[in-house]
Structure formats: structure tokens, C-alpha cells
Design a protein around this ligand. Structure first.
Ligand code: GLN
Length: 283
């Protein structure tokens, strides 16, 4: 018979050379197998696993050993106030992206923004988190992937959010002449030949959500350029970017005549997102 405590310690050992978070991974995967919380595991070290549970757990550990991210194995990832469903068709929400949500909420509050657009919503983590905090606003969220949009809608439904409007769109293509007070995005920003794309957890994530041309700035450049046609005057753009891209993103903003350009650091103190506002030029 295998008990919780020994299943965990064996799994931790199996994962040590494959994951930097072997202990946590083992706990999350066992909790998922038993449909319990991690806290539950700590209070029941003597609990016996059934044969079937053990088999299932071992399969998950083997997949993790081969590199599959924990979030794709459990199908969920916590972000802001909720647990979001994730599949290999969408990027796994990152803790640093919560800072994007935090700053979007601050901007909405400070400027009393009413119309918000999120480009490339993926799992819907950003749009749904903002919509949950601001129930009186309607957020528009787009994605080029219909599979991602379906998942984002399922997440909104699961969390009980009905103030996000999902639109299938390649960036601004389907948005016609709509204007917004705030445009936010965590677009792909990794250079297409960056070796990190073939390493660790990231190699299992959709390339389309990660990489953007030779310098990684292809989509950021497009968003900064075209946002000018979709912002209400004085409206803001807030974008996540690579930690070495702050200078490039700031010069794109200033090159397109945005003002009040500001960069914000992430939890590791890396410059991770930038924002700026745009005042329509009157000729
Ligand atoms: N922050 C992610 C990473 O470097 C990339 C996310 C993105 O491209 N938007 O793993």
C-alpha cells in the first residue's frame, strides 16, 4: 500500500533532476489526482492511495519528467482571484502578468475609464480578472485563436463573469472603428530564434502566443502603431514586454507620439511592462 507521504517523497525524488520545483510539482499533481487541496495532503500523510490513484499519479509524474508543464497536466492555473482552465492551446498565465492587471485596475480607477480592450486574451485570465473586479464595465477581449476564445469564454462562464465580450480577431482586424479608453495586452514578444523557446516548460506552449518575428517586437510595434486609431483621446496603452525590451518599447511609444511613457518592474525587479497615453493630433 502506498500512502500520501511516501508517494510524495518518491515523486519528489523522481522529479528532482527534471524540475526546479520538484516538491511543489509533486504536491500539486497528487492533490489533483485525489481531487483534494495541498493542505489536505499535509493533514493526511497516512492516507492510502488506491491502486488506480497511484497509477494515475505515476503517469502524471512521468509526463512531468518529460517536461510537460504542471498546469497542462492539471488543466488549471491560479491567477489573481481565480483558478483558470488552461490547455496547450494557450499560454500559462504567469505571476508577473498579475502586475499588468493591477496597473490596468489603477488606470481604470484613476481616469474613470469605461471602455477596455484586451488583445490576445488566451485563457482570458487578464480580461476576466479585470471584469470580475469591475462588474459595471464591459471588457472587449480578442484572440486570433478560436480555441483560445472558447476556453476564455468557458473560464468566464465558470467564474460567473458576463461582462466580457469575446471577439475573434487578428489584433485590430475585426474591431473596425471601435474606440477604447484603455488597450492592454500581453502579446508574444520573444524573438523567433531565441533558444529559450526550445527549453523547459515554455517549449510546450503555443509558439503563436510567445514569439513575434526576428526581434520579438513585431506585434508590440503593430499594437502601438494601430492603437492610435482605436484610442479615445487621452486613452492609454499598457503592454507586457521582455525584460530587455523596455528601451525599445519606450522608443516605439515616443516614435508614434505617445506621451507620459512609463515602465513598470515585475516581481524580480525587471522592467516588464510599459504604458503611455495618446492625445489625438488636431491639424
Ligand atoms: N513571459 C513569458 C516568458 O518569457 C513570455 C510571455 C509572452 O511572450 N507574452 O516565459
Amino acid at each position: 500500500m502506498t500512502r500520501v507521504a511516501s508517494a510524495l517523497s518518491q515523486a519528489r525524488e523522481q522529479l528532482t533532476s527534471h524540475s526546479e520545483s520538484a516538491r511543489l510539482d509533486a504536491e500539486i499533481l497528487l492533490a489533483n489526482t485525489l481531487a483534494q487541496s495541498r493542505t489536505w495532503l499535509f493533514t493526511r500523510p497516512e492516507h492510502e492511495l488506491t491502486h488506480q490513484q497511484l497509477g494515475h499519479f505515476q503517469k502524471l509524474i512521468e509526463q512531468r519528467q518529460s517536461g510537460v508543464p504542471v498546469a497542462y497536466l492539471t488543466g488549471t492555473r491560479d491567477f489573481w482571484n481565480h483558478s483558470f482552465q488552461v490547455t496547450p492551446q494557450v499560454l500559462i498565465p504567469r505571476p508577473e502578468t498579475e502586475i499588468l492587471v493591477e496597473h490596468a485596475l489603477q488606470l481604470i480607477e484613476t481616469h474613470q475609464f469605461r471602455t477596455i480592450l484586451e488583445l490576445g486574451t488566451g485563457s482570458g485570465a487578464i480580461a476576466v480578472s479585470i471584469a470580475d473586479e469591475k462588474r459595471d464595465l464591459t471588457i472587449t477581449a480578442t484572440d486570433i485563436s478560436q480555441q483560445a476564445l472558447n476556453l476564455a469564454k468557458a473560464n468566464a462562464d465558470m467564474i460567473g463573469i458576463n461582462n466580457v465580450r469575446f471577439i475573434h480577431s487578428d489584433w485590430f482586424v475585426s474591431l473596425e472603428h471601435h474606440h477604447y479608453d484603455l488597450i492592454i495586452s500581453n502579446p508574444p514578444y520573444i524573438a523567433q530564434h531565441d533558444i529559450h523557446l526550445n527549453q523547459g516548460d515554455i517549449r510546450f506552449e503555443p509558439k503563436q502566443a510567445l514569439s513575434a518575428g526576428n526581434d520579438g517586437l513585431r506585434d508590440i510595434r503593430l499594437i502601438i502603431d494601430q492603437s492610435r486609431n482605436h484610442l479615445n483621446t487621452g486613452g492609454f496603452v499598457l503592454l507586457e514586454h521582455g525584460y530587455q525590451q523596455a528601451d525599445a518599447v519606450r522608443s516605439l511609444f515616443s516614435g508614434y507620439h505617445y506621451q507620459a511613457i512609463e515602465t513598470i518592474n515585475d516581481l524580480q525587479n525587471h522592467p516588464r511592462m510599459s504604458m503611455a497615453h495618446y492625445i489625438q493630433q488636431t491639424l
